[in-house]
Design a protein around this ligand. Structure first.
Ligand SMILES: Nc1ncnc2c1ncn2[C@@H]1O[C@H](COP(=O)(O)OP(=O)(O)OP(=O)(O)O)[C@@H](O)[C@H]1O
Length: 828
């Protein structure tokens, strides 16, 4: 810093020496008009070269931007101001060259130095420039890129800019013609001239209104089109992203990017460009007129700009940070409200309303604090701005009085000047404001473009779409780990070298404890994620090579909690289908035993399902999801706990329906009775396959699968599931058995009578109860069958539940069973 100051001092001293040398030369040589502008510009060029080399020598070849700016100002300030004075000089006072004034040399040098200091300390905020270096550096590029989005609207924009320029010219001429009209009011003037002046004023005012209106309308129109295009593109890009992206970003954040950020972006370019161009054109035109009236008063008026710029720059830097914080708080609050409202049932059942209100209030309080800070900055800025304006105004009045007293300005010219002064000041303010707004939007534009440019990390889909799909799916040593978020350093491996095969026409079941990786397998099949190792093949081809639309048509995934959209039942079942086919829907609904439930609803298939299907029972929601998949007739069906809320009959009906048509079926279920029918059962644990085979194989093996079945039966949860199946009626038989040959058999009342008299010998492989009283709901404490209480049932080691009716029962089966299990029954 000290080194820089020393160099600047040397440059200044050298500049003074050059300045005084110039005047000595002029006074000696006495050229016409003291050399005029030609000499001045020539001297400026010589000075620039000399000072530039001097600064290079002083700084060992690296003068730096500060010295470069100082040298430029020192060299050009004089010829530029003299050229402006010559342009502005009135015809009756022709330009006679600069007067010899040695003190002016010193004054100009000091003014240049002061301008450089103001620039470095105020307008050029080094701290914020460093902090936002990558953004500020690319600001021009960002705006150029944003302008490219306006390409389809070039016609409207060109017309708007044309209207803008014409409107501004008319605007700038209005005060001039107003002054003329005032002059024509004098009695000595002829009426025709007065009428002519009024007509000119009217035409100019009318044109200004018309062109300004056209300009405003066209800008708004283009802006609306740009918004639509940008939002569409951004939404499209967002939907292409991989699932991890949505897991990391909050929905409030994304919604804020999509709406407020895009709105602000468009507004900045369209409106600020409009305001900036309008104000700059107007200012230039007005400057020409004002300088001709009085350059002294013009300098004072214009002086307001750099001073206000200084304040505005500081304010922009501080307020940009706060604006970003406000936006982040808004996103967080809307996220919070969304979560609470969508999870209102959980909130209510855990009596957490107060906690949620407190959380909301805390978030609102944080927002209030940031807004308060913003308010303080804003009012301080307004105060300082007003003070600066007031100071300048006082100076202006003092100067105007002096000019009037010296006859350098007439009252008429002063009135015209004043008519220009107010719009001029507001123009300058608009330029400042537009500049500040544009600068503070750079970060927002960069954010939106970051999203627009984001390439999804998932592999891009291929275009494979064979006419016939067999549906053979193979996992070859597939390993997968979920990406860790910033909060967690590592995540456990969800799948470790899993190899399995799903065959067409067969049902495969994935079972295992929670967190074993079942849903991860389904997610990989849905291509929500890509395996890090190994590959997944569909009919021998890697899954990612299939066209996504084709894949989703051929492979349907039904999950436990299907997403339903606001609308009718019919809308949700036919969601995404090009053509409605209610006959197929109704037939399929009948086959999965859902038709009667649907027709019981008030408006049948037109019944509104409510938000996320909230007006329907969970079972009905699952039926809709199953139907939604079935009506598309996919070759591969994946049921991820998809029938867990359906009753036993409906579960069997769904399984029968999906297995028809040679489909490849994958079932993920915790209810092991659902998977027993599977042709192949795969038992996963900690992301690895530990057992596989048929139900019989696994039961015989007495391994993990067998233990899980045992555990499930003993757990109280199993008993509640029994209760969920509804009341048991007189004449029903409940059988608990581990003997597989016992399944799906029914027994007559005679059998029961025998059974109660002759219970099986120890160790018993079976327990049965006969419900012979009017409808009862089984509960833990009910004792309802031939001396067998529910408590003893819970202690039974037999993991099977069957319900059947007595009418279908042939007696000999009972005899056969009793012969098998109870030797005392021989001969019955
Ligand atoms: N989105 C995710 N981000 C990080 N880890 C995840 C994510 N989803 C699942 N996991 C982890 O991956 C592992 C396997 O989970 P997965 O959901 O596949 O198990 P699951 O067998 O389907 O469990 P459940 O039967 O309870 O549905 C678990 O350790 C789980 O915590």
């Amino acid at each position: 810093m000290e080194e820089l100051a020393t160099c600047a001092l040397f440059v200044l001293v050298f500049d003074l020496a050059l300045g005084w040398t110039y005047w000595i030369l002029v006074l000696q040589l006495q050229p016409p008009d003291r050399g005029g502008l030609l000499w001045l510009w020539g001297f400026g060029a010589v000075k620039w070269i000399t000072l530039h080399y001097l600064s290079r020598i002083l700084t060992a070849g690296k003068p730096g931007p500060v010295l470069v700016r100082l040298v430029c100002l020192l060299s050009l300030l004089w010829p530029v101001t003299e050229s402006a004075l010559m342009v502005a000089s009135k015809e009756d006072r022709p330009y006679t060259g600069p007067p010899p004034d040695l003190s002016a040399v010193l004054f100009r040098a000091l003014a240049s130095l002061l301008a450089c200091v103001v620039w470095e300390r105020g307008l050029y905020d080094e701290k914020s420039a460093k902090r936002k270096k990558p953004q500020v550096h690319g600001a021009g590029q960002l705006f150029r890129r944003l302008l490219q989005f306006f390409k389809p609207d070039w016609f409207y924009l060109c017309t708007a800019f044309g209207a803008l320029v014409v409107g501004v010219i008319c605007d700038a001429l209005i005060p001039l013609y107003q002054g003329e009209v005032i002059d024509m009011m004098r009695a000595s003037m002829v009426e025709v001239d007065f009428i002519l002046a009024v007509t000119k004023l009217a035409v100019v005012s009318l044109s200004s209104a018309m062109f300004s209106g056209t300009r405003g309308g066209l800008f708004m129109f283009s802006l609306a089109r740009l918004n639509r295009r940008l939002k569409h593109l951004l939404f499209h890009t967002l939907l292409q992203q991989e699932i991890q992206f949505f897991e990391e970003k909050k929905s409030g954040q994304l919604s804020s990017r999509l709406h407020s950020d895009v709105d602000r972006m468009g507004r900045t370019v369209a409106l600020n460009a409009n305001v900036l161009v309008r104000s700059v054109v107007k200012t230039c035109l007005m400057l020409v007129v004002m300088v001709r009236l009085s350059w002294e008063l013009t300098v004072l008026t214009v002086l307001e700009m750099p001073l206000l710029g200084l304040v505005q720059n500081k304010y922009t830097t501080l307020s940009t940070e706060l604006k970003e914080q406000i936006q982040a708080h808004h996103a967080q609050i809307s996220d919070q409200v969304l979560q609470t409202v969508s999870g209102i049932e959980t909130v209510r059942s855990f009596n957490a309303e107060k906690v949620e209100i407190q959380r909301y209030s805390a978030a609102l309080e944080q927002l209030r604090q940031v807004k308060r800070q913003y308010g303080i900055y804003s009012s301080s800025f307004t105060f300082i701005r007003r003070i600066v304006s007031l100071g300048i105004r006082i100076l202006f009045l003092v100067m105007a009085r002096r000019l009037l007293q010296n006859d350098q300005l007439s009252i008429g010219s002063l009135v015209t000047f004043l008519l220009y002064q107010k719009p001029m000041s507001s123009n300058l303010r608009e330029i400042m404001y537009g500049y500040g707004e544009t600068k503070s939007t750079v970060g927002i534009i960069a954010n939106v473009f970051t999203y627009l440019d984001r390439k999804p990390k998932s592999q891009t889909a291929g275009n494979l779409a064979p006419e016939k799909l067999e549906g053979r799916i193979v996992f070859e040593n597939v390993s997968f780990t979920y990406a860790s978020t910033s909060a967690e350093k590592t995540t456990p491996t969800a799948l470790k070298s899993v190899s399995l095969e799903l065959r067409p026409g067969k049902m495969t079941a994935l079972v295992g404890p929670s967190g074993s990786g079942k849903t991860t397998c389904v997610s990989l099949l849905k291509r929500l994620y890509e395996p890090q190792e190994g590959r997944i093949l569909l009919d021998g081809e890697p899954l990612h090579q299939y066209d996504l639309t084709y894949l989703h048509k051929k492979m349907a995934v039904v999950s436990q909690n299907p997403v339903l959209f606001c609308g009718s039942l019919k809308y949700n079942i036919e969601y995404g289908l090009k053509e409605s086919n209610m006959d197929t829907v109704q037939e399929a609904a009948a086959r999965i035993k859902a038709e009667s439930h649907f027709s019981e609803l008030n408006n049948g298939y037109d019944t509104d399902v409510g938000e996320s299907g909230g007006k329907l029972s969970e079972g009905l929601r699952q039926s809709i999801a199953v139907l939604r998949a079935l009506v598309r007739d996919p070759q591969v069906i994946i049921l991820d706990e998809a029938t867990s809320k359906l009753d036993v009959h409906a579960q069997h009906a769904v399984l029968e329906e999906v297995l028809s048509g040679d489909r490849t079926v994958l079932v993920v279920a915790h209810q092991l009775e659902t998977v027993e029918k599977a042709d192949h059962i795969i038992y996963l644990e900690n992301g690895q396959i530990v057992e596989e085979g048929t139900h019989q194989d696994l039961m015989n093996k007495r391994g993990r699968y067998y233990s899980l079945k045992e555990e499930l039966f003993h757990s109280e949860g199993n008993w509640s599931r029994l209760s969920e199946k509804g009341p048991l009626y007189s004449g029903h038989v409940c059988c608990f058995s581990s003997d597989l040959s016992f399944r799906n058999r029914s027994f007559s009342p005679r059998f029961w009578r025998l059974w109660s008299r002759h219970p099986p010998a120890q160790p018993a492989a079976s327990r049965c109860i006969h419900v012979d009283s009017p409808p009862i709901t089984p509960t833990l404490t009910t004792s309802y069958a031939h001396g067998t209480s529910s408590v003893s049932l819970l202690h039974a080691t037999i993991p099977e539940l069957l319900l059947s009716t007595v009418e279908l029962v042939p007696d000999r089966e009972a005899v056969a069973f009793l012969k098998d299990g109870c030797p005392e029954a021989d001969g019955i």
